[in-house]
Design a protein around this ligand. Structure first.
Ligand SMILES: [Fe+2]
Length: 251
């Protein structure tokens, strides 16, 4: 086993698991294949370039569930990020500890054929197809680590954490970027959902220019299509926003 330069995790440690790759069934690999082949035509057209590059860089395959060890062999040399297998939802302190250490909490279970479009909890499709490709992008990678670091320092303040949660929602989960004269997707909640993406592509939500002040105050509903989204011009903008949020909330 190669040694890792990642800091030791303490709060998140109980949630770390191994990915039992041999335990996936042919049916599960077939579900993965169908999920990916259903999403890719739309993503090739509407996902941002950095995301599409990331898919190639991490060696994501359409024909089989990702082997996280293989993904990490490609990802770590690029940005130091690691898709780390976890048992499920993490409490906030464990989640932020992992982000601050450049380790993305990654679930290993896969939705069944009966719930192809939506699962209330993240699965490996949402986590790896939705999130991990962006971690190959250096600026996004720095942003996400910094975001985790800031949140880890305000754990005792529910109000500040809620505001930071909105920054996560409108970037990491439902972020869009202006690129090549159009709106392109990069948020994992869009990338991994055909319904949400189609709603955006058809002009459903109001697209506002990214504005940190507004984002920190913008309410959202998890259970509905998003009515408002915030478009960035570049990923430097969200990294700067995380630093600006730190300056405002951590003093
Ligand atoms: Fe997510």
């Amino acid at each position: 086993m190669a040694s890792t330069s990642h800091p030791t995790l303490t709060v998140a440690e109980p949630y770390l698991i191994q990915q039992d790759y041999a335990a996936y069934t042919p049916e599960q690999h077939a579900v993965w294949q169908e999920l990916v082949s259903r999403r890719m035509p739309q993503l090739r057209e509407h996902a941002c370039q950095e995301y599409l590059d990331g898919i190639e860089q991490i060696g994501l395959r359409a024909d089989s569930i990702p082997n996280l060890a293989e993904v990490n062999k490609r990802l770590e040399p690029l940005t130091g990020w690691n898709a780390t297998p976890v048992s499920g939802f993490l409490p906030p302190d464990a989640f932020f500890e992992m982000l601050a250490a450049r380790r993305f909490p990654t679930t290993t279970w896969l939705r069944s054929r009966e719930s192809m479009e939506y699962t209330p909890e993240p699965d490996i499709f949402h986590d790896v197809l939705g999130h991990v490709p962006m971690h190959a992008h250096p600026v996004f990678a720095d942003f996400l680590q910094h975001y985790g670091k800031v949140c880890a320092t305000i754990m005792g303040d529910k109000d500040k954490l809620e505001r930071m949660g909105r920054l996560f929602w409108f970037t990491v989960e439902f972020g869009v970027i202006r690129q090549n004269g159009g709106i392109k997707l990069y948020g994992s909640g869009l990338i991994s959902s055909h319904g949400e993406s189609t709603y955006v592509i058809k002009g459903g939500p109001e697209i506002r220019d990214f504005n940190l002040e507004q984002v920190l105050e913008q309410q959202f509903k998890v259970s509905e299509m998003q009515k408002v989204l915030y478009a960035v011009e570049s990923f430097d903008q969200i990294y700067e926003a995380a630093k600006e949020a730190e300056a405002r909330l951590c003093r």
